[in-house]
Design a protein around this ligand. Sequence first.
Ligand SMILES: Cc1ncc(COP(=O)(O)O)c(C=O)c1O
Length: 411
Amino acid sequence: MTKSDEKLAISGGSAVRSKPFPPRRLFGAEEKAAAVEVFDESIATGEAFGYGGKREQAYEKEFAEHLGGGLAKAVNSGTSAVLAAIAALELEPGSEVVCPPITDPGGIMPIVMMNCIPVLADTNESSFNAGPEQVAAAITERTRAIVVAPILGEPLDMEPIMKLAREKGLPVVEDAAQAHGAVYHSRPVGTHGDIAAFSTMFGKHYASGGQGGIFFTRNEDLFWKARRFMDRGKPFGTDEPNNVRLGLNLNTDELSAAIGSVQLKKLPWIVERRQAVAAAVAEGIKSLQSVTLGKIVPDAQSSYWFMRLTVDTDKLTVDKDAFAEAVGAEGIPSSASYRHIPAEHVWFRRQNTFGSSGYPWTTPAGPVELPNCEAVAARNFLIHLHENWTDQEIADTVAALAKVEKAFLKS
Ligand SMILES: Cc1ncc(COP(=O)(O)O)c(C=O)c1O
């Protein structure tokens, strides 16, 4: 029920929603059955399950097919998938890599781990993602690759980015950790660049267990390069007698793959539901004056890892943080910000990398100017939607937004 005439909960009034929102219930009987089957088989044969087995191979094939064909390799985290992607590019130490301005540390630390220097491109003017102009502005003569990240499931404008990258001869990694099921120009996110990395940890659209990730490419050469790095340099795809390069053990295992396979089948429904929830909230708030669903690039569909709302603070008596906190106090799961800005992180600013060397950086960190990023961070906040929201959660969210706007709208 809308209680827009009542005192805000943050000021001691009663909240629009007092009952907790429903849990996601991501894992159920099917995941349990798949895991039990792995153990049953192990017990029956007397052999421990391992990695690289039939379930892992099946899961990777299914994943590649869901992206329209290509080569996929499951790994133990999204960070590992990004690391493998950077490693596959075999960049010289000290190479610059253009990076997202807002991203999880797991999307940027692998670049430094591979001895390359991350150069942050600013966001575009209306989202947490870099636009083509900002990517172009971050390219120097030392740039050797571009990493883009469709943050919150919102696609980037990949066509001009890929055109630019091709002109400059730069490979592009799509860090699609947050963007399973998102679409740009009728093709899935993750199929526009040269390599894609996905996270399948428990908080993502679908999960292969508590942690997980998956690497995807249509380029066979890059696939084998990544494969070798992911498994201690084993000579996959070569005639060499033994381990051919420096690498790590980023392998997943049969248990995770069994869960991942079951979960992947649910992904289309999960994305569809999230899109329907976001569309219903957008419809419900269309008469509001200060808050709208975050704008995404044309001819694209977000898969809504989170729902981003943009607040026009010029119309309000409070800033975005106060607005978002008031919405949260009304019982709506939300975050006032998604401030994963690498330039603000201690490790990045102090260049805490290898010993006290600051390597691969060769000059101390200066101030990083990201004016658009500052502006979008000041105007956007997140609602924690998920696929199991019902009409009640949608209605309560709309009611809370209306109530908070009414309280804070300038007269
Ligand atoms: C954009 C991005 N890249 C990489 C990662 C790292 O993935 P993981 O947590 O599975 O290692 C995340 C995790 O949220 C992410 O959001």
